[in-house]
Design a protein around this ligand. Structure first.
Ligand SMILES: CC(C)(COP(=O)(O)OP(=O)(O)OC[C@H]1O[C@@H](n2cnc3c(N)ncnc32)[C@H](O)[C@@H]1OP(=O)(O)O)[C@@H](O)C(=O)NCCC(=O)NCCS
Length: 184
């Protein structure tokens, strides 16, 4: 079973949400529908409903209990509005001890170092509490903002995977960016 953490940084609280928090998640996705479209899978109309997000949050919670993923939603301290999330997906143990990292912010909050600050905390948690060995972020060559984030955090480039993920309906090349736990 995965520990279900609540983490904080200087400016942020990072929390697990449950089904009853779905309205906050829907509000985040509706506000950022256009902003996220270029970087995410095509979303159905249903995705933006409370019913869908309730089910999604319940599924996430179950996976977290099984130790297979972790998703923390981002809040500014003193504010109850979701401004993004960070996910550790596909947590694999055994001889791999690795996960895929995903993250997104609110368009109104970009370029203030907030995602870098949140990721620093999550990486520390992943390496020292979950004892993972490797985190991999996959980033499209044109997503310069996201590349800058992982560069600031010390990830290294492992290479280009051709037509790797289907983003906004197109199989897009992605660069594998990796950070290793030097103590584990
Ligand atoms: C990627 C994302 C999470 C970054 O969050 P953020 O809080 O703005 O990130 P930070 O402020 O910590 O860092 C952004 C960096 O990119 C730089 N940057 C911004 N626009 C840029 C551009 N067009 N080209 C190059 N660098 C750029 C900023 O100057 C900053 O670097 P600096 O600190 O050296 O000045 C956010 O833009 C987002 O949610 N994007 C949409 C979803 C997404 O792309 N997710 C990642 C998929 S791999």
């Amino acid at each position: 079973m995965l520990l279900i953490p609540e983490l904080s940084t200087d400016r942020l609280n990072l929390k697990v949400l449950q089904a009853e928090d779905a309205t906050k998640v829907v509000a985040y996705y509706l506000r950022n529908q256009e902003f996220l479209a270029d970087w995410e899978p095509v979303r159905s109309a249903e995705f933006f409903t409370e019913e869908f997000q309730k089910k999604q949050l319940a599924k996430d919670f179950e996976l977290m209990h099984k130790g297979r993923m972790m998703r923390l939603w981002i809040f500014k301290k003193g504010n109850n509005r979701v401004i993004g999330c960070i996910s550790l997906n596909n947590i694999i143990r055994g001889i791999f001890q690795s996960a895929h990292l995903g993250y997104k912010l609110d368009q109104a909050e970009i370029n203030q170092g907030l995602m870098t600050e949140a990721l620093e905390k999550i990486i520390e948690f992943a390496f020292y509490q979950l004892r993972l060995h490797r985190l991999e972020a996959n980033i499209m060559p044109r997503n310069e903002r996201s590349q800058r984030v992982v560069e600031k955090l010390g990830f290294h480039k492992e290479g280009l995977a051709k037509r790797y993920l289907q983003i906004n309906g197109v199989w897009e090349d992605h660069i594998h960016f990796v950070i290793l736990n030097e103590n584990g």
